[in-house]
Design a binder for this molecule. Structure first.
Ligand SMILES: NC(=O)c1ccc[n+]([C@@H]2O[C@H](COP(=O)([O-])OP(=O)(O)OC[C@H]3O[C@@H](n4cnc5c(N)ncnc54)[C@H](OP(=O)(O)O)[C@@H]3O)[C@@H](O)[C@H]2O)c1
Length: 299
């Protein structure tokens, strides 16, 4: 496959680069995949002409669009930028894909849902985002399906991985920071938001499989199982062997600018339809804690 990746420096992008051009001879090297991964400077999603040139020059079979404005709270005070990058930028890529005859895989989010459900969200459930970030992603999904009906939209959630800020890294830092040696750190974490933590390494592997399977339409791609942020933090502390007390709190006690869904578990049925099965999040967490960071090099 010839692949062009937008967002190579991001949490997920780094693992996609690794998946396509890892240091060791991977099955992708053997199968002769070719990756083009321009930086955000070389291909700003807002620069329609530049995006078009990058795509027309690389003429990929697949474009993976992992670039986005992902600061969920920042999006609340930067609505225009959120829509410009996440929606208009994505539409720029889709138009270029249509012109080049390339397939497009777009990364979307569990935050397109309002969280009112208490059973896993299916791909057919209506979007009803509660945050500007979620709105920009939901609108992007609608735009892309109009511009490029054969687009593949991979919704994922609660990403963690090497090479960037993520929840386990924050918890590990808090758990190992103690004002005095005798004091066990206490970490307050919300216990009323439920979702599926997803390791970028597992996600990258599943996305490549989706491309190989010529997937189209909306697919939900997360690690299996679900938990609250409190459960997740407790598992991180337990698995790392650090001594810290994790205290459950409510979202109301810790108000943030963006409203998050209370429940955003995504049903895996759409992924299983391609015979792709994701490991449990606890297994993924253990591999994250014991694995080396992905190579930071960008092709
Ligand atoms: N993180 C999560 O928990 C989560 C959950 C659900 C869905 N997702 C989605 O999954 C995808 C990957 O997320 P992530 O966490 O890996 O993102 P990330 O770490 O925040 O990385 C974002 C990437 O987008 C690039 N970028 C930002 N603005 C750009 C622009 N105007 N033009 C070109 N590139 C631009 C960044 O480049 P620079 O580094 O150069 O700025 C970076 O490579 C995104 O679509 C996100 O919405 C993420």
């Amino acid at each position: 496959m010839r692949v062009t990746l937008f967002g190579a420096s991001g949490l997920l992008g780094r693992e996609l680069v690794r998946e396509f051009s890892g240091n060791e001879l991977s099955r992708n090297d053997l199968s002769g995949d070719q990756l083009t991964a321009p930086s955000s400077k070389d291909a700003d999603l807002l620069d329609h002409a530049r995006v078009r040139n990058v795509v027309l020059e690389s003429r990929p079979d697949w474009i993976l669009l992992a670039a986005a404005y992902t600061d969920v709270d920042g999006c609340e005070s930067n609505r225009d930028l959120a829509f410009a990058v996440n929606c208009e930028g994505a539409a720029n890529v889709a138009e270029a894909a249509r012109e080049a005859g390339s397939r497009l895989l777009f990364l979307s989010s569990d935050y397109v849902f309002d969280g009112a459900k208490r059973s896993p969200y299916e791909t057919t459930d209506p979007r009803n985002p509660t945050s500007v970030y979620g709105q920009s992603k939901a609108r992007a999904e609608e735009r892309l399906l109009e511009v490029l009906p054969e687009v593949c939209i991979a919704r994922t959630s609660w990403l963690f991985g090497h090479g960037g800020k993520c929840f386990p890294a924050t918890i590990l830092k808090l758990a190992s920071t103690r004002p005095q040696i005798s004091v066990v750190p206490e970490i307050s974490v919300v216990n009323d938001q439920r979702g599926s933590p997803t390791f970028t390494r597992d996600l990258a592997s599943a996305l490549v499989q989706l491309c190989r399977a010529s997937a189209r339409g909306i697919v939900h791609v997360t690690n299996s199982g679900n938990c609250t942020w409190y459960d997740f933090a407790a598992e991180i502390v337990g698995a790392s062997g650090l001594r810290a007390r994790v205290k459950p709190v409510t979202t109301a006690e810790f108000p943030r600018p963006a409203r998050r869904p209370a429940y955003s578990v995504l049903s895996p049925a759409s992924l299983h339809a391609y015979n792709i099965h994701m490991p449990e999040w606890q297994d993924a967490l253990r591999r994250y804690l014991t694995s080396a960071p992905a190579a930071a090099s960008v092709v």
